[in-house]
Design a binder for this molecule. Structure first.
Ligand code: ADP
Ligand code: MG
Length: 144
């Protein structure tokens, strides 16, 4: 497990980019953290790292946004509002996980039983030091 402290949004984006540089097609990234902790900011970094230039927003109501990059396709889930597993079946969640594309799941801790065991887990939390400081742990990242 690696632990990082980021002091602002920019540093969290940079860390997302670093993670993107270490993943492969088919990687699944499960992101846990409270509302406003910086999950979507982290996904922005991942997207940047994959050379995806789209504007990244939380798919809070649609559950899923997909982005096509030059080299990779990114499926970005936000499962905060998912009420039951059937909803995930309906949007093809499991097919996406096995599609060979890169999948990122915000609020993954809410469905941790459904996350494949090979997923990379990212935990983001605020610290008591500063409103803009975050402690970010990453489990399962390949060392570059
Ligand atoms: P979430 O997706 O977890 O609900 P967002 O990524 O949408 O959260 O929002 C995080 C908010 O916190 C943004 O407004 C961002 O500017 C702010 N922020 C402040 N410091 C940081 C930091 N170190 N890392 C990420 N976001 C930060
Ligand atoms: Mg979000």
């Amino acid at each position: 497990m690696q632990e990082y402290i980021t002091k602002n949004e920019k540093e969290t984006i940079k860390l997302g980019k670093k993670l993107a540089a270490s993943i492969n097609t088919g990687s699944i990234i499960a992101i846990a953290g409270d509302l406003g902790s910086g999950k979507t900011v982290f996904v922005k970094g991942i997207a940047e790292g994959l050379s995806i230039n789209d504007h990244i927003t939380s798919p809070t109501f649609t559950l899923l946004h997909s982005y096509e990059g030059m080299d990779a396709t990114l499926h970005h889930f936000d499962v905060y509002r998912v009420l039951d597993e059937r909803e995930l079946f309906e949007i093809g969640f499991y097919e996406y996980l096995h599609s060979g594309d890169i999948c990122v799941i915000e609020w993954a801790e809410l469905i941790c039983d459904l996350i494949p065991s090979h997923a990379i887990w990212v935990h983001i939390e605020r610290t008591l030091n500063d409103v803009n400081e975050r402690r970010i742990t990453i489990e399962g990242m390949n060392e570059a």
